[in-house]
Design a protein around this ligand. Structure first.
Ligand code: ATP
Length: 578
């Protein structure tokens, strides 16, 4: 049973404005004969029994009396230390059958009748309290206003407070660094995020509790004991993961991919749906069209589909936007020796031929010149092609995946994209949502990126809670790629084991792509950009224009290099000549 279920049956029962008549049917829904009465902020203010009585009354309530009126009549609370005989006399004097027994926090722990001490209502509460006390961690339960409604000893010990000092207090005021109101506001849970309390390492988890879709409270857990054991267990898991990734790499090497569908981080409903569709897409030879903003992971999905498919050949990527139109045809179809002036001796195999029995990924298909679109359409329809200047006809056994961040329907309407090619490509369509529409994936993706950064030599143990909060507030117009860049910069700037809020740039209010400036100085950004440009130029020179080699020298992917070249206007041919 969820705590939210308990809350429904035992806490959120009736309000002060309801009449006794309205409240009575609610008893049938509950386990006990006693319902608590709560105010607007869900704070317990009293108890009503099935028969007639609310708190201890000097008057007998009528059915039309509102709970508020009854309550204001004359509430008297019993205390567990009250003498039973005297209490009984008191109940009889007021002609009252039952009365709540409350502890010093005014929380009901039982009900006293004229005959015996009942504890039906308190059972659930005390069971819940026991669970909280039994837990090894520091736990609090808060209401919608982030005020503490339950607290365990682990928590009071950790923060050096008494229960009284914590209960009903706002966590926004007492523990602003926990940022619980953020979880209540966004509904996004936080799992085991590193957090420092009094110099002590701890892990913070905050789980929103929903009712009818609305966040009504939250549980906050701080793990601060036994972290060493946890660390040992994690080391073991890491070793196993290393083994797994070794075999994964073997498969990737065979297939010419870097990623599989398992590498796509995120468990939001939307990304799970796309992952499922991608798995289905990998099972057939049908053409796949991937649509999504830049940096959302289109290439990742394309590689994942190939890795999962039964295609034994390699994954070959063509960035239709980065290759000059006049070279695109020969890049795609290849040519024979002496096919045209300037052609390489011995000819060249085209991407389609290289992708034989594998997958060809036509990235940025929206930028393909219209003349070439006609040729591609023919290949897709006839499943065969001829290299330039060659009598050879090559029969294709290649899976075709195309991707774009452009609106193809709009390009078709404007006459810039062939309608028949659009329909030919649009057989299986994957729409990848932008990161801002699946922010609950953020912690998972951060984890995946940090893992990659660690694999490439950075020592990072994670991001702190405050860093995560800052990252959550940004709209990520550049999607996962922007997030990756921000984390990589932070990995270079950080001084401790964790990436902290101050290692993350201050994002511009308008959230424009790449539009962030570091707190200290805007020339910082300029310097980074010009250094990046210089690095790319020198790598391309060193690699004599060979982009695969240049991307290896830089430690970035080929498409990424193409994007950077585009960004810095480093023309394909210019670099080749330099
Ligand atoms: N869900 C994800 N989990 C982990 N990494 C991701 C995820 N999505 C994207 N990435 C990473 O973000 C970067 C950008 O992704 P990718 O190149 O696939 O995007 P894209 O949509 O093809 O971009 P573009 O349209 O600019 O070519 C890559 O390094 C990729 O590994």
């Amino acid at each position: 049973m969820l705590i939210s279920d308990l809350m429904t049956t035992n806490f959120i029962c009736c309000t002060k404005e309801q009449t006794l008549k309205e409240v009575r049917p609610m008893f049938t829904k509950t386990y006990s004969n006693i319902l608590p009465v709560v105010d607007d902020s869900n704070k317990l203010i009293g108890i009503i029994t099935k028969n007639k009585i609310f708190q201890i009354l000097t008057t007998q309530p009528s059915l039309d009396m509102t709970i508020d009126k009854i309550y204001n009549a004359n509430p008297i609370f019993l205390n567990p230390t009250d003498h039973v005989e005297e209490t009984r006399k008191l109940l009889l004097k007021y002609n009252v059958g039952h009365a709540p027994v409350v502890n010093e926090d005014m929380i009901p722990v039982g009900v006293m009748s004229t005959k015996q001490l009942l504890s039906s209502y308190s059972t659930v509460y005390s069971q819940l309290s026991s669970v909280l006390e039994f837990a090894y961690d520091a736990i609090i339960l808060v209401n919608q206003k982030a005020e503490i409604t339950m607290v365990n000893k682990g928590f009071t010990d950790l923060f050096g407070l008494t229960r009284k000092e914590a209960l009903n207090k706002s966590t926004t005021e007492l523990f602003p660094e926990l940022n619980i109101e953020m979880v209540i506001k966004t509904g996004i849970s936080i799992h085991n995020t590193p957090h420092i309390i009094d110099g002590q390492q701890s892990l913070l988890s905050i789980l929103p509790i929903r009712e009818n879709g609305e966040v009504i409270s939250a549980i906050c857990k701080v793990t601060y004991r036994g972290l060493t054991h946890l660390h040992e267990a994690l080391t073991k898991v890491k070793k196993l993961e290393k083994k797994l990734s070794y075999y994964q790499n073997e498969i990737n090497e065979m297939k010419g991919t870097k990623y599989t569908l398992f590498d796509i981080a995120g468990e939001s409903e939307r990304i799970r749906k796309v992952k499922h569709e991608a798995t289905l897409a990998s099972k057939s030879m049908s053409t796949v069209l991937i649509i999504g903003e830049s940096g959302t992971g289109k290439e990742l999905f394309a590689q994942g589909i190939h890795a999962t498919s039964s295609q034994k050949g390699t994954f070959v990527q063509v960035n239709c936007a980065a290759i000059p139109p006049e070279l695109l045809e020969s890049e795609l179809f290849g040519y024979e020796d002496g096919a045209f002036t300037g052609a390489k001796k011995g000819g060249m195999k085209g991407k389609f031929e290289l992708a034989q029995n594998g997958t060809i990924f036509l990235d940025e298909i929206g930028d393909m010149p219209i003349t070439l679109q006609t040729k591609i359409l023919r290949v897709l329809q006839e499943k065969e092609f001829q290299p330039i200047g060659s009598p050879r006809t090559i029969h294709l056994n290649t899976k075709i995946i195309a991707a774009t961040n452009q609106n193809l329907e709009k390009l078709v309407a404007e006459g810039k994209f062939r309608e028949d090619l659009y329909y030919r490509l649009n057989i299986i369509r994957l729409d990848i949502p932008p990161l801002r529409e699946r922010m609950d994936d953020l912690p998972d993706i951060i984890q995946a990126v940090i893992q990659r950064l660690s694999d490439s030599g950075f020592y990072i143990r994670g991001v702190t809670h405050s860093a995560l909060t800052k990252l959550m507030k940004h709209a990520w117009p550049g999607n996962v790629r922007e997030l990756q860049n921000v984390l990589e910069r932070a990995a270079n700037l950080k001084t401790g084991d964790y990436i902290d809020a101050e290692d993350i740039p201050t994002f511009n209010q308008n959230n424009e792509k790449n539009d962030f400036v570091h707190q200290s100085t805007s020339t910082y950004k300029d310097k980074i950009l010009s250094t990046e440009r210089d690095m790319i130029i020198s790598a391309l020179k060193e690699a004599k224009g060979n982009k695969t080699k240049a991307s290896q020298l830089l430690g970035i992917s080929r498409p990424w290099l193409y994007n950077k070249m585009k960004k810095y206007n480093l023309e394909y041919s210019i670099i080749e000549k330099e």
